[in-house]
Design a protein around this ligand. Structure first.
Ligand code: GLY
Length: 379
């Protein structure tokens, strides 16, 4: 690769890196993306594409929930713009999400969750098992209760990634696959990246969107405390008699019917470094967890099994904003990478163009980890 001077260098061509690249490129910016493997084949590929901030709300995550909710609000316009720009269908579905309980313990946990959701003013309703089955007949007969979350939707993440690649290229962006980046060289006016082959490429800004691998880049002095959290999932082939319409989140697995007919069942959460084996235990966990809430899925042919790594920060919230002179982080999206794509792309692109951090991403800056003691910083 020859020495060049593109404006924005993006490390990582998953859904986050691609969406930032698309935002910048369609506004006339020059972007170059570097991807260690194939674009969009990591966590963006394995994900189920849930846009479900209310269903996935965890206690103590209210600041993150505000960001998640705003990004969900932006999804329809983002999908429309991407489809109009590329001619793709990104499979945005708005049938809503059920969160279900399959025994007394799960029902009690669901009640606690519901109280918290109501305290937060969320539009989530408590339904009996029968009420839920009247709306979604594929739910298991033994389910006793469900939360109905009408505003939690989903998108076809694989189509989104394909469309983003089309969009980046259409607007002159360049994408180098199989080009791992080893190091970042921060500099306020001319930051650079260094490839595994030793090529140095300079730009105006470097964006680190390398997901679970963001921490392994040399040159950032451990400023991105990101760890991999493995998720194993499987895709089943829908059949003409299997007409699950809603996203179903059970106590041990979720089941997501996609617009192209696939049914995604997932996902495990394992902290075991970068071991990407699809294991018998992971398959069992997903199948049992899926079967408990949607038993009909056992009849479906298996299309594929897969595993990838969610990028999780120390507080499990995303890491967005300046991390070193000339270097911007867009990583650590953990369970919400697809959901947080529009707001990440738009607000990070805005920061790169204007140098001003919006109120949306200000609480998620990498600098929040600076005060941590060196012992904790190793984790
Ligand atoms: N948000 C789904 C997952 O992390 O598995």
């Amino acid at each position: 690769m020859s020495r060049s001077h593109p404006h924005t260098l993006i490390i990582g061509a998953g859904i986050i890196g691609l969406s930032i690249g698309w935002e910048l490129a369609r506004a006339g910016g020059h972007v170059v993306l570097f991807e260690a493997g194939e674009a969009g084949r990591g966590a963006s590929h394995v994900a189920a594409g849930m846009l479900a901030p209310d269903a996935e709300l965890e206690f103590e995550e209210t600041t993150l929930h505000a960001l998640n909710t705003e990004s969900r609000r932006r999804w329809p316009a983002f999908a429309d713009a991407l489809e109009a720009d590329t001619g793709a269908d990104v499979g945005l579905r708005t049938e809503g999400t059920f969160i279900v309980a399959d025994d007394r313990d799960a029902a009690e946990a669901l009640q606690r969750r519901h109280r918290f959701q109501r305290d937060q003013g969320l539009d989530v309703e408590w339904w009996s098992g029968d009420e839920a089955r009247a709306q979604e007949p594929f739910l298991a007969p033994r389910l006793s209760a469900a939360l109905w979350s009408p505003n939690d939707h989903q998108v076809d993440n694989r189509s989104v990634v394909d469309a983003l690649q089309t969009g980046v290229r259409k607007h002159g962006g360049r994408l180098h696959e199989h080009t791992p980046i080893e190091a970042v060289d921060p500099d306020a006016s001319r930051p650079a990246v260094v490839t595994a082959d030793g090529d140095r490429v300079e730009g105006d800004t470097v964006v680190v969107a390398a997901g679970a691998w963001s921490r392994s880049l040399d040159g950032l002095n451990g400023a991105l405390p990101i760890r991999p959290v493995k998720g194993e999932a499987m895709a089943l082939e829908g059949t003409s008699t299997f007409d699950l319409r809603h996203v179903v989140r059970g106590p041990d697995a979720y089941v997501v019917p996609k617009s192209d007919g696939r049914v995604v069942v997932g996902a495990t959460a394992e902290e075991d470094g970068f071991n990407d084996d699809v294991t018998a235990g992971g398959l069992y966990e997903n199948l049992e967890g899926g079967w408990e809430v949607v038993p009909g899925l056992l009849d479906l042919p298996v299309e594929c099994t897969c595993a990838s790594f969610r990028p999780a920060s120390r507080d499990n919230a995303p890491v967005l904003g300046p991390v070193a002179p000339g270097v911007v982080a867009a990583t650590g999206h953990y369970r919400h990478g697809v959901l947080l794509t529009p707001i990440t792309a738009q607000e990070v692109a805005r920061y790169i163009r204007t140098g001003t951090l919006s109120d949306w991403i200000e609480p998620f800056q990498p600098a929040r980890f600076d005060t941590v003691s060196p012992d904790v910083a190793q984790t």
